[in-house]
Design a protein around this ligand. Structure first.
Ligand code: CP
Length: 313
């Protein structure tokens, strides 16, 4: 029988790279148990009562911010939302002073999203409480990858030899990096597809295959994950036009018709009719809304497990 663990080793969740296979499985199994709470009339358990969690955003977010908030509230923690635009960061306060201010207010955990890669790692060295990376630049988005692994596992429980295709703006995508790490650790085969300009050089060293042909990529795929074209991070013209991108790399119903068993995923937000046609995003093959629903259970699991681990709680 496979030996299970019941604790995470690290005080922080910064990257999927830092998790062992057993830790990933622990988080997914814990999320499975927590998912049921969201179906109850009273969606609350008292496991984090008395804890103060700060949800600190230096970049916009809908799904991550709200699902962390709902997750914390369903575990009975007190959660405070802070956006940089309405904080003293606007008046020139340093990141370190902001974090030390939260420490002085006895925060139990800080969830942070920032445009600069490495910020969660940096601040984790300044404090004893847990830091959760809610997305740092193009580096990592570990809870999104955990959601995606959880969502696939609900439909296809055995990962060995599953073909997961990730399509689009791999170069700027923290979701792609985290999913590559997660799915390959769990034994799936990962194939990347997109315009050559949006696929990082030497990415094969991460244990993935690369193709620039969407038809070839989706042949015998189990899952196709479309990525948002990150116009806000692109510092050059990576393809001639949106129309051309959509023609070669957008998923429409005609392309899907021969592959009806493929599961369609997208971390959101979606540029409708750029990376995926509405008819596909809303089809019975689409798991996009299930990914959002599962976001709450995964984030409940992460908050709960880090609270067990943290020195402060
Ligand atoms: N997937 C994701 O991180 O979405 P948000 O930017 O809305 O949080």
């Amino acid at each position: 029988m496979k030996e299970k663990i019941n604790r995470l080793r690290n005080k922080d969740l910064i990257s999927i790279q830092d998790l062992t296979v057993k830790e990933i499985e622990l988080i997914l199994d814990t999320a499975k148990a927590f998912k049921e709470i969201s179906d109850r009339a009273i969606k609350k358990v008292p496991v984090l009562r008395g804890k103060t969690i700060v949800n600190l955003y230096y970049e916009p977010s809908t799904r991550t911010r709200i699902s962390f908030e709902l997750a914390a509230k369903r575990l009975s923690a007190d959660l405070v939302n802070v956006t940089a635009k309405t904080s003293s960061a606007v008046k020139g306060e340093s990141l370190k002073d902001t974090i030390k201010t939260l420490e002085a207010m006895q925060a139990s955990m800080v969830i942070i999203r920032h445009s600069e890669p490495g910020v969660p790692t940096l601040i984790s060295q300044w404090v004893d409480f847990s830091i959760i990376n809610a997305g740092d630049g193009s580096h990592a988005h570990p809870t999104q990858a955990l959601i995606d692994m959880f969502t696939v596992r609900e439909k296809r429980p055995v990962f060995k030899d599953l073909k997961i295709v990730i399509v689009g703006d791999i170069l700027h995508s923290r979701v792609a990096r985290s999913n590559i790490q997660g799915f390959t650790k769990l034994g799936a085969k990962v194939v990347l597809c997109g315009p050559p300009t949006l696929i990082p050089k030497y990415v094969e060293q991460l244990g993935v295959l690369v193709t620039y042909d969407l038809e070839e990529a989706i042949e015998s795929a189990d899952v196709v994950m479309l990525l948002r074209v990150q116009f806000e991070r692109q510092k050059a013209n990576y393809f001639p036009s949106i129309r051309e991108y959509s023609k070669y790399f957008g998923l429409d119903i005609d392309r899907l018709n021969n592959h009806r068993d493929i599961l369609i995923m997208h971390p959101g937000p979606v540029n409708r009719d750029v990376e995926v046609k509405s008819e596909v995003a809303e089809s019975s093959s689409s798991l996009i809304n299930e990914q959002v629903t599962n976001g709450i259970a995964i984030r409940m699991a992460v908050l709960y497990l880090l609270a067990q681990r943290s020195k402060k709680v």
